[in-house]
Design a binder for this molecule. Structure first.
Ligand code: PEP
Length: 253
C-alpha cells in the first residue's frame, strides 16, 4: 500500500539557527497533533542535514531528505555531494530533477536518470520530480512532456527499483507562484502518470507508488488536493518554511 507523504523542500533558505528552530517546531507539533501515519520529510539545505537529523532522532514518521546529489560515487568533483555522504549523514530521501535543477542548472533527462540510479544503488529513495512549463500546458502538450520526463528518467529501472521511487508532479507554472493546479488538474495528471507506470510495469506496481503534488500547496488547499484518489501528498516549498503552515498541511490527510 502506498504511503501519504508531506515533504518540505526548504530550498536555499534559512541559516542553521533558523533551520533548527523550524525543524524542532515541526517535529514537536507533528508528535503532538498529527495522529495519522503520514510520513513527513524535512528537506533542508545540505549543511543543515546533520543537525536536522539529530533533532528528528527517533521521531515517529519524520525523515530527512536532501535537495540534490551527484550521480558520481566520489573523486575530483569539486562542490558535489555523493549519495554515500548523504546516507552517512542520515538522509533517507533525495530529490532528483526539481524544475529549478532542470531549468537553472541545465540538468537533463540523462543526468537525472543517472542520479536516480545512483540514489537507488546507494540504498536511498529518490523523490523524482516532473512537470510541464506554462507554455506546454497552454499548447496542450502537458501529458507529452510529463510522459517524456518519466520515460527517460525512470523507465530504465527494474520493477524492484521503481517501487522505491516517490514521484512528485510539479507543474512549473505553479511552483512558488501562488497559483495552484486545481484538484481536478492534479488528479488528472496523477492518474495519467500512474497509468504510464501500469503500462510499463504492472498495475500493482503503479498502485504502490506514492505520487505527490507540488506547486503552491498551502494549508487552505492541501485538504482538497490530498483528497484526490491519486494524490498521495505534497512536495511543499514556501509553506514548509512556516512550521504552523507545514503542520497544518501534514494534518490535511
Ligand atoms: C517546490 O519547491 O517544489 C514547490 C512546490 O514550491 P512551492 O510550494 O513554494 O510552490
Amino acid at each position: 500500500m502506498r504511503k501519504n507523504i508531506a515533504a518540505g523542500n526548504w530550498k536555499m533558505n534559512l541559516d542553521l539557527d533558523a533551520g533548527k528552530i523550524l525543524a524542532s517546531e515541526v517535529i514537536n507539533m507533528t508528535a503532538d497533533e498529527v495522529s495519522n501515519d503520514a510520513e513527513v520529510i524535512l528537506i533542508p539545505p545540505f549543511v543543515h542535514i546533520t543537525s536536522v537529523k539529530q533533532l528528528a532522532g527517533s521521531a515517529k514518521n519524520v525523515f530527512v531528505g536532501a535537495q540534490n546529489c551527484s550521480d558520481k560515487a566520489s573523486g575530483a568533483f569539486t562542490g558535489e555531494i555523493s549519495v554515500e555522504m548523504l546516507k552517512s549523514a542520515g538522509v533517507d530521501y533525495i530529490v532528483v530533477g526539481h524544475s529549478e535543477r532542470r531549468e537553472i542548472y541545465g540538468e537533463d533527462d540523462a543526468l537525472l536518470a543517472s542520479k536516480t540510479k545512483a540514489v537507488l544503488e546507494g540504498g536511498l529513495k529518490p523523490i523524482f520530480c516532473c512537470g510541464e512549463k506554462l507554455e506546454s500546458r497552454e499548447a496542450e502538450q502537458h501529458f507529452a512532456v510529463n510522459k517524456e520526463q518519466i520515460e527517460k528518467g525512470l523507465f530504465g529501472l527494474s520493477k524492484e527499483e521503481i517501487l522505491k521511487v516517490v514521484i512528485a508532479y510539479e507543474p512549473v507554472w505553479a511552483i512558488g507562484t501562488g497559483v495552484t493546479a486545481s484538484s481536478d488538474q492534479a488528479q488528472e495528471m496523477h492518474a495519467y502518470i500512474r497509468g504510464l507506470i501500469a503500462e510499463q510495469y504492472d498495475q500493482e506496481t503503479a498502485d504502490s507508488i506514492s505520487i505527490l503534488y507540488g506547486g503552491s500547496v498551502k494549508p487552505d488547499n492541501a485538504q482538497e488536493l490530498f483528497a484526490q484518489p491519486d494524490v498521495d501528498g505534497g512536495l511543499v516549498g514556501g509553506a514548509s518554511l512556516k512550521s504552523r503552515d507545514f503542520v497544518d498541511i501534514i494534518k490535511s490527510f
